[in-house]
Write a protein that binds this ligand. Structure first.
Ligand code: MN3
Length: 198
């Protein structure tokens, strides 16, 4: 069964002016689609043909000879996850149990935001910044290229894509402005809360 490009969870204009329909046209319509198409070209006749996306990622992680499978499968997963991390009227301080978890782990929302922004801005070249759960601990990490917490025994809670293709049309070279806008106006905290186990 070939994989399909999942639709965006909102209209492509829903996050304007912070994330434009033009960027979605390329980022979802071209980049994300290319990862799906490339994976579908690799799978027939391979050992991974009947596996779920998450299983392909875990089965090929860390194996350089399977980099084509891993990179495309992980990028399909990472992008689908990223779209859900954003919502119209999102961002700012979360409420409820999540706020308490961020307070306990980072010493408050501001400290969390500072760490998340530093990880995103400091990620050299292409990659992702994440809020993850590792065992029972909340952590901010960054991963290069297609690397994903899924392959590292961590539960992904939130991510921002900091490949240039994620922000160049709207923010040009100003990655810090994109990440600040993501935190202030786009984060879907309800989605993040739903990713917390139990
Ligand atoms: Mn991307």
């Amino acid at each position: 069964m070939p994989f399909e490009l999942p639709p965006l969870p909102y209209a492509d204009t829903a996050l304007e002016p912070y994330y434009s329909a033009k960027t979605f046209g390329f980022h979802h319509g071209k980049h994300h689609k290319a990862y799906v198409d490339n994976l579908n070209k690799l799978l027939p006749g391979s050992a991974y043909e009947s596996l779920a996306l998450e299983e392909i990622i875990r089965a090929t992680a860390g194996d350089a000879s399977k980099a084509g499978f891993f990179n495309n499968a992980a990028q399909v997963w990472n992008h689908t996850f990223f779209w859900h991390c954003m919502t119209p009227n999102g961002g700012g301080r979360p409420g409820g149990a999540l706020a308490a978890r961020l307070d306990a782990a980072f010493g408050g929302y501001e400290k969390f935001a500072e760490q998340f922004k530093a990880a995103a801005v400091g990620c050299f070249g292409s990659g992702w910044a994440w809020l993850v759960l590792e065992r029972d601990e909340l952590k901010v990490i960054s991963t290069p290229n297609a690397e994903t917490p899924l392959a590292q025994g961590q539960v992904a809670l939130l991510t921002v894509d900091v490949w240039e293709h994620a922000y160049y049309l709207d923010y040009q070279n100003r990655r810090p402005d994109f990440v600040q806008t993501f935190l202030d106006h786009l984060v879907n905290w309800d989605f993040v809360a739903r990713n917390l186990p139990g």
